[in-house]
Design a protein around this ligand. Structure first.
Ligand SMILES: Cc1cc2nc3c(=O)[nH]c(=O)nc-3n(C[C@H](O)[C@H](O)[C@H](O)COP(=O)(O)OP(=O)(O)OC[C@H]3O[C@@H](n4cnc5c(N)ncnc54)[C@H](O)[C@@H]3O)c2cc1C
Length: 474
C-alpha cells in the first residue's frame, strides 16, 4: 500500500521555476484549485499574470481531497439557517449549483480528460431527525430530494453532482490559461511581500516580482498577520484510504460522529473518516489503523488531509480591507466547488466586474463566531503548542526515530525504511511549535497551524515556507 494520495500519481513537473526579477499586473501565489481556477478565468485579459507554485500544480490540499463536486454538503443548509438566515442558505446553495454547472460546462466544452463521472450524492445518518431537518430546508429551497433507507442509515439523495480527478482537471485548466504574458512557475516559493512605491514586491526564489495585485491562493493565507486569521478558523484533519471495489455511481457523507465520506474511482473506493480538530488526537498511526479496518478490498493508497473550517461556515473570498491583496480560503472541506467559484469571483473582482456571490464571502465580514468557538480555538492551539514543546518524545514513536539536543534545541533523527538517516529541527518556522512525527506518511507535522515537512525538512504544506533541514555545521 502506498502512503500518499491516489491523485499524486498524476503530478508532473511541467513548468520552469522562477529565476529572474519580473513585473506583472497580477501575481497569483498557489497552484491548487483556487489559484489555477483564477488563472484560467483570467485567460482572456491582456493583463500580465504570473502564477507561482511552491511544488507542482495541484500538489497541495487539492491533491489529497476526495474530489466530489456536490451541493449536498452534510447538513450545511440547516447550519447556515441557524448561523445566518434562510436567505444566506439559499444564496450558498445557488453558488454551489452554479459552480457545479460551470465546472461541468468547462469539462465538456473543452473535452477535459479528468475522469468526470456524474453521480447521485447522499447524506447518511442513523438519526432520522437529522436527515429530516436537512430535507425540510432543501425542500423549502425547491431542491428535488429522495429519502431512502440503506441498512441502518436513513439517507437523503440529490442528483446533478459529479466526481472527478482533481489533478488532471487542474493540469488541463493551467494549459488553457497559458499565453505569452500569462506564465506559470513551479518550484517557486513566495517568502515575503513588501509594499513599495505602489507595488507589492513579492520575494519568490530570492527574486523580486513587482505586482499591482497579489492573490494568496495558498490555502492558508499566512502573510496577513493583522487579519488574525487563526482566530477566525480552525483546521480539521481527516484520514483517507483507497481500496479495490466495484464502482458505483454514487458519493456520500455521513452526519454522525465519527463522520465518513466516500466516492468511487475506477473500480476502487476512496473512504474518509476519523475527522478531528488539528492538535487533538495526535497519534496518526492510531487513526490510520482504524481506517484500514474499513477497507474490504485490496488496499492501494492511504493518506491524510486537512482543510480550513471557518467559524461561520462560509468561505473567505475577495480583497482584504480594500487593498489589492486578495485571498480565497476557508472552504470547510468543500473546496472543489468553492475553489473553482473563488477563481471566478476573484477574476471578476480584479477586472472590476460584479459577481452575484462576492458579497456572501467577503473576507472582512464580521465573523459571526459562537462565544464558545474562540476559547476553544485558543485552548486547542495553546495545548498543541505547550504539549509539543514540553513533551516532544511521544510514546508511540517508532524505534527508528529519536530526539537529540543541539545547543539546547531539539532535533529529530529518523532512519527510514531504506536505512537512510534524516535529521530535522523539531521546531516549525511559522510560530515555533514543536512537531509531531507522522510515521505512516513519513512527514513532520505541526499540530498548531498544519505546516508539514518531508523527511528532508522541505516545507510541503501549510503556513511555513522554510525548511527545517538540520546540517551538522549549524
Ligand atoms: C480530507 C479532505 C477531503 C476533501 N474532499 C473534498 C471533496 O470531496 N470535495 C470538495 O469540494 N472539497 C473537498 N475537500 C476540500 C478541498 O480539498 C480544499 O478545500 C481545496 O483543495 C483547497 O484548495 P486550495 O487551492 O485553496 O489549496 P491547495 O490545493 O492547497 O493549493 C494551494 C497551493 O499553494 C501552494 N503554496 C502554498 N504556499 C506557497 C508559497 N508561499 N509560495 C508558492 N506556493 C505556495 C501550495 O503548494 C499549494 O499547491 C477536502 C478536504 C479534506 C481535508
Amino acid at each position: 500500500m502506498k502512503n500518499y494520495s491516489i491523485w499524486k500519481e498524476a503530478l508532473k513537473n511541467e513548468y520552469q521555476s522562477l529565476n529572474e526579477d519580473s513585473k506583472a499586473d497580477i501575481v497569483i501565489i498557489g497552484g491548487g484549485i483556487t489559484g489555477i481556477s483564477l488563472f484560467y478565468h483570467l485567460r482572456n485579459t491582456s493583463l500580465k499574470v504570473i502564477l507561482a507554485e511552491r511544488s507542482q500544480i495541484g500538489s497541495g490540499v487539492t491533491c489529497k481531497s476526495t474530489a466530489k463536486a456536490t451541493f449536498l454538503q452534510g447538513n450545511i443548509y440547516g447550519t447556515l439557517c441557524q448561523k445566518h438566515s434562510f436567505a444566506v442558505a439559499r444564496k450558498y446553495l445557488e453558488s454551489q449549483q452554479t459552480a457545479i454547472q460551470l465546472m461541468t460546462e468547462c469539462i465538456h466544452k473543452n473535452q477535459i480528460s479528468c475522469d468526470y463521472q456524474k453521480t447521485a450524492s447522499y447524506i447518511y445518518s442513523k438519526n432520522y431527525e437529522d436527515i429530516l431537518k436537512e430535507k425540510r430546508v432543501l425542500e423549502s429551497l425547491h431542491v428535488p430530494v429522495w429519502e431512502e433507507k440503506k441498512e441502518e442509515y436513513y439517507t437523503l439523495k440529490v442528483e446533478e453532482t459529479f466526481v472527478f480527478h482533481p489533478v488532471k482537471f487542474l493540469q488541463a485548466l493551467a494549459k488553457m490559461g497559458i499565453k505569452k504574458n500569462h506564465i506559470i512557475y513551479e518550484e517557486s516559493t513566495l517568502t515575503k511581500i513588501k509594499k513599495e512605491e505602489g507595488y507589492y514586491n513579492c520575494y519568490i526564489n530570492n527574486h523580486i516580482v513587482k505586482a499591482k495585485k497579489v492573490v494568496l491562493a495558498t490555502h492558508y493565507p499566512y502573510f496577513l498577520w493583522p487579519l488574525l486569521f487563526p482566530l477566525q478558523c480552525y483546521l480539521e484533519k481527516s484520514y483517507l484510504i483507497n481500496f479495490s471495489s466495484t464502482n458505483e455511481e454514487t458519493q456520500g457523507i455521513s452526519l454522525d460522529d465519527p463522520i465518513f465520506s466516500y466516492r468511487f474511482y475506477k473500480n476502487s473506493k476512496i473512504y474518509l473518516t476519523g475527522s478531528h480538530d488539528l492538535g487533538f488526537k495526535l497519534n496518526d498511526a492510531e487513526h490510520f489503523q482504524k481506517l484500514e479496518q474499513q477497507a474490504n478490498g485490496k488496499k492501494n493508497y492511504i493518506w491524510s488531509n486537512k482543510d480550513i473550517m471557518t467559524n461561520d461556515s462560509l468561505p473567505f473570498v475577495g480583497a482584504l480591507n480594500n487593498s489589492s491583496i486578495y485571498i480565497a480560503t476557508g472552504f470547510n472541506t468543500w473546496g472543489m466547488t468553492n475553489g473553482f467559484l473563488a477563481g471566478q469571483i476573484l477574476s471578476d473582482a480584479i477586472l472590476n466586474q460584479s459577481n452575484p456571490y462576492a458579497s456572501l464571502f467577503l473576507p472582512n465580514r464580521i465573523n459571526k463566531m459562537k462565544a464558545i468557538e474562540l476559547p476553544r480555538i485558543l485552548l486547542n492551539t495553546g495545548k498543541s503548542f505547550i504539549g509539543s514543546i514540553l513533551n516532544p518524545q511521544k510514546k508511540w514513536y517508532p524505534k527508528s526515530l529519536h530526539l537529540e539536543k543541539r545547543n539546547g534545541k531539539s532535533i529529530f533523527v529518523y532512519v527510514d525504511k531504506n536505512g537512510i538517516q534524516h535529521k530535522v529541527w523539531n521546531r516549525c518556522p511559522h510560530l515555533g511549535c514543536g512537531l509531531i512525527f507522522n510515521e505512516i506518511e513519513e512527514t513532520f507535522d505541526c499540530p498548531c497551524h498544519g505546516s508539514r515537512f518531508d523527511l528532508d525538512g522541505k516545507a510541503i504544506e501549510g503556513p511555513s515556507n522554510f525548511s527545517i533541514a538540520y546540517h551538522e555545521e549549524e
